[in-house]
Design a protein around this ligand. Structure first.
Ligand code: WTA
Length: 650
């Protein structure tokens, strides 16, 4: 636990030039907790406001008087903060470095001036198409500059964007369009990842044939690979045609601090994905401030976050945080193993990347190929490494530190969630000693606590459920269209606190170690999948009577998806049907939800009241039949025996 050998003390050379020393961290953390108004009022001065806020924090987690508001009388525009205000001093600075899937295609440098002009042209075009403040726009694009431009264009005119990850299938796109009642969709002919084409426009076409999607009036299509696509007139418009002739300037919408900026769908433990809503000012203050502090940002950094803009990490740490800070951010279209497993490191050398932020799953996958593909590259430009999305196992941490960083670069293991808008628990590299596998200490203003199942707060060294006792500006404000679900999901379990859904341990030094989800959310390669979503997809198949889905430990993905399926009477299990069901889930939700294992279950373990006992199914999936625990409440204990035997291949 607090084995001194596993502590990496702050590197004095790094600390000498870093933004925060240990003393500064402690002093400012104490202030941020003691006087949030003073602290966050000062942090907000980093933004340009049409009208600076006079009220800073207005929050109550008390259910009878529930409210979360930050900077509520302030007015600003997010795109102005990401673009216009940099033009004077940083107009010619590279805002985005676009590295294409194919390394032989030239990379593109987009300056702040170019990006401003591109966002303004698209914003004007959107306004001409009748999109205005408060309207929803669905963005379903590959990792290309237009994705960033589209987000900023929405922000400019006050439209609420909802980015849908390119790996989602038509049904998932349709659900999100329907829930948000989007007026317009921005997509491209195709995506390109690792040399493989993804039929994005065709997926949108299929989605728009599904019920609930007729709010969509216009589809803007970026010509990316040049593939032939069906253009349905007058609905579908080419991106190039709509922006052509549009002015390079666009009057920004004056937004209230609490006006929505975006909706991003994420999986929960029950039902359909929920639309996490983030507002303008608090979110941007938090994304920008954490980006600068956690990555120890300097003016000349070349910063690369390998996430996709379809996830919150892409929103906060490719687009809004870096651009609000006037940084140079790399946008990567490809994958870590194409054309070969040195790709990440080659890109780092090619663009002289100084800060690199990726996911543990990518590190674990690359570790398998050994040191040689890394060591044949230089990586001398790197000075700071980061991880996000899931717990990093100490072995992967050490490989990242020793092999990728040559033992020179601190690693920030950043814990946060779609709901939190930005990083909440992380080391600050010049201030906090590192422990491999621990997200370490709370960021400024963040007040974590551990509670037991009864909500009792646990002190000192302890393990329990992670809650946050106080608000921070980047906190989500509601579930779009369902405020009650927001309150139920996050504030009812432990009254007076925000419940994260994560389990966590705190060691004797006060370091936090996230142990993973304690609800029915599976974290597959850092992507959140609700067990209920996969189950609903499976039972849609005509031959499936019932399904139960759990997570299980997976060497590369962190967690894998394990599905138990009961067929309807008269249907016999077969290898063919197994493959069909796996493909079915892929088609219904998207490739990220593909089950890793599908086991036939003549019956599922249920309590006498009919509740599926997932705890038991998890243990069987883990191959730990000796740890099933109490099975006395089972309606039919023989069910478990047959599942165990089948799992063990008996
Ligand atoms: C998990 C991604 C351990 C956690 C930003 C959380 C982590 C969920 C870490 C949110 C980390 C994220 N260490 N676990 N550094 N970062 N998680 O919404 O279970 O896609 O609740 O946001 O990922 O996933 P989400």
């Amino acid at each position: 636990m607090s084995n001194p050998a596993s502590v990496h003390p702050v590197d004095p050379a790094f600390a000498a030039n870093s933004r925060y020393t240990r003393e500064e961290y402690e002093r400012q953390y104490a202030e941020s907790v003691r006087d949030p108004d003073a602290f966050w009022g000062r942090v907000a001065e980093r933004l340009d406001w049409f009208k600076p806020p006079t009220k800073i924090k207005n929050v109550s987690y008390d259910l009878s008087d529930f409210r979360i508001k930050w900077y509520e009388d302030g007015e600003l525009n997010v795109s102005v903060n990401c673009l216009d205000r940099h033009l004077a001093a940083r107009g010619d600075k590279t805002a985005l470095l676009f590295e294409r899937d194919d390394p032989n295609q030239p990379a593109e440098r987009i300056t702040y001036r170019d990006l401003h002009a591109r966002a303004c042209r698209l914003a004007n075009a959107l306004r001409n198409l009748g999109v205005g403040k408060g309207d929803r726009v669905t963005i379903y694009l590959p990792m290309i500059p237009e994705a960033v431009v589209a987000m900023l264009a929405c922000a400019r005119i006050g439209a609420i964007h909802t980015v849908v990850f390119g790996g989602f299938a038509p049904n998932s796109i349709a659900d999100r369009i329907a829930d948000s009642a989007s007026k317009l969709v921005i997509t491209s002919d195709e995506g390109l990842r690792g040399g493989k084409k993804i039929a994005l426009k065709a997926n949108v076409d299929a989605a728009l044939k599904l019920p609930g999607t007729n709010s969509v009036e216009t589809v803007i299509v970026v010509r990316h690979t040049g593939a032939a696509v069906d253009m349905q007139m007058p609905r579908d418009r080419w991106y190039d045609a709509v922006v052509e002739g549009q002015p390079d300037e666009c009057e920004p919408e004056r937004m209230n601090a609490e006006d929505p900026l975006f909706i991003l769908y994420t999986s929960g433990s029950t039902g359909k994905p929920k639309g996490v809503l983030h507002t303008s000012a608090g979110y941007l203050v938090y994304a920008a401030f954490t980006h600068e502090a956690v990555f120890d940002l300097r003016e000349d950094d070349v910063y690369w976050c390998t996430a996709d803009v379809g996830w919150v990490t892409g929103h906060s740490y490719i687009v809004y945080g870096p651009l609000a800070n006037g940084a140079t951010a790399l946008v990567f279209e490809g994958v870590p193993n194409y054309p070969d497993v040195s790709r990440f490191w080659n890109v780092i050398d090619k663009h002289q990347v100084t800060i690199f932020y990726t996911a543990p799953t990518a590190i674990r996958a690359l570790m398998r190929d050994g040191e040689e593909p890394v060591k044949k590259t230089s990586r001398q430009s790197l000075r700071l490494l980061g991880t996000v999305g899931e717990p990093i196992n100490p072995e992967a941490w050490r490989w990242y530190y020793d092999v990728v960083g040559d033992g020179r670069c601190p690693i920030v293991d950043t814990w946060w969630q779609t709901e939190t808008g930005g990083i909440l628990i992380t080391p600050l590299a010049g201030a906090i000693d590192l422990k491999p596998g621990s997200a370490s200490k709370p960021f400024f203003g963040v007040q974590p606590a551990l509670v037991d199942a009864n909500g009792q707060v646990l002190d000192g060294e302890a393990e329990g459920n992670l809650v946050l006792t106080a608000s921070w500006p980047g906190q989500m404000r509601t579930v779009y269209g369902d405020h009650q679900r927001f309150i139920e999901t996050y504030f009812k379990t432990y009254p007076g606190n925000y419940f994260t859904g994560d389990g966590c341990r705190r060691d004797a030094d006060g370091y936090y170690w996230i142990t993973g989800r304690v609800d029915d959310v599976i974290n597959v390669s850092g992507h959140r999948i609700g067990t209920a979503e996969v189950e609903s997809a499976l039972v849609l198949h005509p031959k499936v009577a019932e399904a139960a889905v759990v997570g299980f430990p997976h060497e590369l993905k962190g967690q894998g998806i394990y599905a138990y399926v009961t067929l309807i009477a008269g249907e016999a299990p077969s290898e063919e049907l197994r493959k069909e069901l796996v493909a079915w889930v892929r088609k219904e939700i998207g490739p990220i939800a593909t089950p890793d294992h599908l086991q036939w279950a003549p019956g599922l373990p249920k309590t006498r009241s009919g509740k599926i006992m997932r705890r038991i199914l998890r243990k069987i999936a883990e191959n730990a039949p000796d740890q099933l625990g109490d099975t006395s409440t089972l309606a039919d204990p023989s069910v478990v025996e047959s599942l165990v035997n089948e799992r063990l291949g008996k």
